[in-house]
Design a protein around this ligand. Sequence first.
Ligand code: HEM
Length: 344
Amino acid sequence: MSQRLDTGREKRAWRVDFVLIPTLYLWGHLFLDTPFTDRRKPSEYIAAILELSALVSKRHQQFFLYIDFLYYLTHDGQRFRRACRLVHDFTDAVIQERRRTLPSQGVDDFLQAKAKSKTLDFIDVLLLSKDEDGKKLSDEDIRAEADTFMFEGHDTTASGLSWVLYHLAKHPEYQERCRQEVQELLKDREPKEIEWDDLAQLRFLTMCIKESLRLHPPVPAISRCCTQDIVLPDGRVIPKGVICHISVLGTHHNPVVWPDPEVYDPFRFDPENIKERSPLAFIPFSAGPRNCIGQAFAMAEMKVVLALMLLRFRVLPDHTEPRRKPELVLRAEGGLWLRVEPLN
Ligand code: HEM
């Protein structure tokens, strides 16, 4: 993305939610060791993921289409099937390819070589995993895990990143403070030398990311099926078996907990100000036993991408104000556009 932005010196508007493309590219490498695509154009895989996300949200709003039989008779149902097949075929191909290469080497040698070069991929971990009875995962299990990670991992982070960039564009004073924090941290070091341990030093940048996740949570709603009767504080009961939809977006805009909820104020996440707040007031990564297992990674990824971007570019708002478009992942109607100016 940096290369693409560097090519234009003037402040041009860019669709920043397309940072999706490099994050997926990164994911492809991290998890599947697969160079997904020419960075310049979204691959069919990305297009299929986006289509699936839009189709699932659309289906949620059409009660009678909850019945699979009816849904698959519709045009959308057929598109859904096609996109699912494409995503599954893609992951299957990667698994088969990997399976072919694995047995040719001793597993221990293979793991050692990979661990040494720090390139042990998620797909390798899955392929080599065994359950408590020593049984390997089936291809279907591996595909399910890989698809879950790919789906949960890249689109959410791309949404999170684009909305932080939007808020920093709207608040140049916060943007400048973040940039100074990164410059101060790296001092005489090259940007590529940024280390995992450095990230904890980016305190203000972290506050800015969290405030953005509050105002624009990438996963705007989650669902849970009650496994037992739940008694609410006022005595009413949600019976066992009921599926509850929990609005993360709504929780983050509750004016009782968040005064002036629409105002972007990173200082809400100053350690001094979080003491009095319930941990359940801020749930971008959900909560409880099925919360996001990738949250530490997601925060690290967002900090690194933002730090590197802020060192090289200034972001400015575009003329049109984006409107939230909640799908499975929170997007902007017509995409999120910002003007980007290379520094120096
Ligand atoms: C800003 C980025 C992210 C956000 C906002 C986010 C948010 C969430 C949320 C809200 C859930 C719970 C969904 C539910 O209850 O229905 C979830 C689950 C999950 N996330 Fe993330 N996520 C992010 C990034 C990631 C990353 C980078 C990974 C992988 C490394 C990841 C892996 C997962 C997985 C595997 C689950 C399912 C966990 C389970 O069902 O037990 N997520 N995420």
